[in-house]
Design a protein around this ligand. Structure first.
Ligand code: ZN
Length: 79
């Protein structure tokens, strides 16, 4: 394995497979998690979810939610 590949491997170690949004979901209490998953099913816009989550004190970017929903986040890029 080349040094370049090893650097990339270790750079993402620990975070691979979990994007910021998935990480946030895993930290929510049962009630908040239920509310968020229900909002995702109702196709509530990313910006609305991001604003609501930030109001509740969670740090999340709209783009993180968007990428997770579209399957473009790290969750879908395990290799
Ligand atoms: Zn994700």
């Amino acid at each position: 394995m080349s040094l370049e590949k090893s650097i990339e491997e270790f750079r993402y170690k620990g975070t691979l497979g979990v994007c910021p949004f998935a990480k946030l979901i895993s930290t929510l209490n049962a009630a908040d998690k239920k509310a968020l998953l229900s909002a995702l099913e109702k196709r509530i816009p990313d910006v609305t979810l991001a604003s609501a989550l930030r109001k509740e004190g969670y740090k999340i970017a709209e783009i993180s939610i968007s990428q997770h929903r579209k399957g473009l986040c790290r969750c879908e890029n395990k290799s």
